[in-house]
Design a protein around this ligand. Structure first.
Ligand code: FAD
Length: 168
């Protein structure tokens, strides 16, 4: 398909560099998307855990329910914090590659753990479409693989942050 000249991004003949320029912001955006899913799932689950009573007690009163949710909340907040650092670095023209990779890694793991615990908190309702949590499993699980797999992030951090030999 022909593209008008005024739609050219960057310099002509240097297309691959334009693709690379998009990798860090893509990781930051995906990290924020994961953070959003994590908050959303925990909002539903904490509301449910306050209301749902089993043998006269709200299930959220049990530390077996509350503590895993609290840990999930901490990890989602940490993911948001590193995502904000990465976004700030990128927006201000600094090298955001380390932070963007850490944000995507932490966001994906935190969101999936938060979603998993939220499904668990809802018991059988965790699988029901009315509450919508299980419906998100596929997309949130995807973030461990795309837009970059967690293994390639670990390769990046090993090589560029820790100065270890390139492994691939
Ligand atoms: C729905 C979907 C959307 C996607 N969207 C994007 C996108 O927007 N942007 C984008 O850039 N990419 C995107 N991807 C591609 C994604 O980045 C790749 O699927 C991912 O990097 C894994 O590459 P692969 O599928 O070729 O698997 P392979 O390269 O065959 O890897 C298979 C497994 O081996 C691991 N592995 C491979 N090499 C090494 C190594 N040297 N050390 C350790 N482990 C290794 C991988 O991490 C993975 O777990 C998307 C993929 C999917 C499925």
């Amino acid at each position: 398909m022909e593209i008008p000249e005024d739609r050219l991004l960057g310099a002509q003949g240097n297309g691959f560099a334009q693709v690379f320029a998009g990798l860090n912001p893509e990781r930051i955006v995906v990290a924020y998307m994961a953070v959003g899913f994590g908050h959303y799932a925990l909002d539903i689950a904490s509301s449910y855990a306050r209301d749902r009573k089993v043998w006269g007690v709200p299930i959220g009163a049990h530390q077996g329910i509350a503590h895993p949710m609290a840990i999930a909340k901490i990890n989602v907040e940490l993911a948001e914090l590193i995502s904000s650092k990465a976004a700030w670095l990128f927006d201000n023209g600094y090298d955001a590659s380390e932070s963007a990779n850490i944000a995507k890694f932490q966001g994906a793991d935190a969101a999936l753990a938060a979603l998993d615990q939220s499904i668990q908190t809802l018991g059988g309702n965790g699988m029901s479409s009315e509450f919508g949590l299980a419906d998100f499993w596929g997309v949130v699980r995807l973030y461990k693989t795309a837009p970059i797999s967690r293994e390639m992030i670990l390769n990046f951090i090993s090589q560029h942050s820790l100065g270890l030999p390139r492994s691939y």
